[in-house]
Design a protein around this ligand. Structure first.
Ligand code: URA
Length: 205
């Protein structure tokens, strides 16, 4: 299974703040950012580096730089993870994938997308809640049709049906998450989960 569950004290702390139903939107946004830092560090462990000569004040030595990383937040909840990615990864570019979940069927419906050329890029899709997997699988289809071959998904929480769908549709995609939760309820929400990520980020409850 291409699933990494982060076991770091800061990840657990921030996830608990996100799970708490009494956390107000400003603190929720801060915790989403803090948690995403920890996901980014894990997800970028093996990204390619360019080697070049750098002049220190003493002599020339070998330096390294990160290149060609593209973050793709799945709108709208993925925006809650974007600042942490922008602040952590040098030269990162950003594409957008807008998909709404049909509340009756839970199937993904595209409403916007804007992606740069993704050939040779490391693509980090920010999809906080991997519930049924419909939106993430759709987003991976989109980035692959723009040339992506190296895709990692950053998820705050995953659930078994979403991970299973990803394993069936896109077994090459690495999923990095803070928690693999128990199940989905009858409305396709993750349990124990943290509720509706977009509503809690943006105060639209
Ligand atoms: N989307 C959310 O925001 N929360 C869930 O639990 C599932 C999907």
């Amino acid at each position: 299974m291409n699933l990494t569950v982060i076991d770091h004290p800061l990840t657990r702390h921030y996830l608990t703040v996100l799970r708490d139903k009494n956390t107000p939107p400003p603190l929720f946004r801060e915790a989403a950012k803090g948690l995403t830092y920890t996901l980014v560090l894990e997800a970028t462990k093996r990204i390619p580096l360019e080697e070049f000569e750098v002049e220190t004040p003493m002599e020339t030595t070998t330096g390294y730089r990160v290149s060609k990383v593209v973050a793709v937040p799945v709108l709208r909840a993925g925006l809650g993870m974007l600042n942490a990615v922008l602040e952590t990864i040098p030269n990162v570019k950003v594409g957008f994938a807008g998909v709404a979940r049909d509340e009756a069927t839970a199937l993904p419906q595209e409403y916007y997308s804007k992606l740069p050329d993704l050939s040779d890029a490391t693509v980090l899709i920010c999809e906080p809640m991997l519930a049924t997997g419909g939106s993430l699988s759709w987003a991976v289809d989109k980035v692959k049709s723009s040339g992506a071959t190296n895709v990692t998904a950053l998820c705050v929480v995953t659930a078994p049906p979403g991970v299973k769908k990803m394993y069936e549709d896109h077994p090459d995609v690495h999923i990095v998450t803070a928690s693999h939760d128990r199940e989905l309820n009858e409305n396709y929400y993750i349990v124990p989960g943290l509720g509706d990520m977009g509503d809690r980020l943006f105060g639209t409850l």
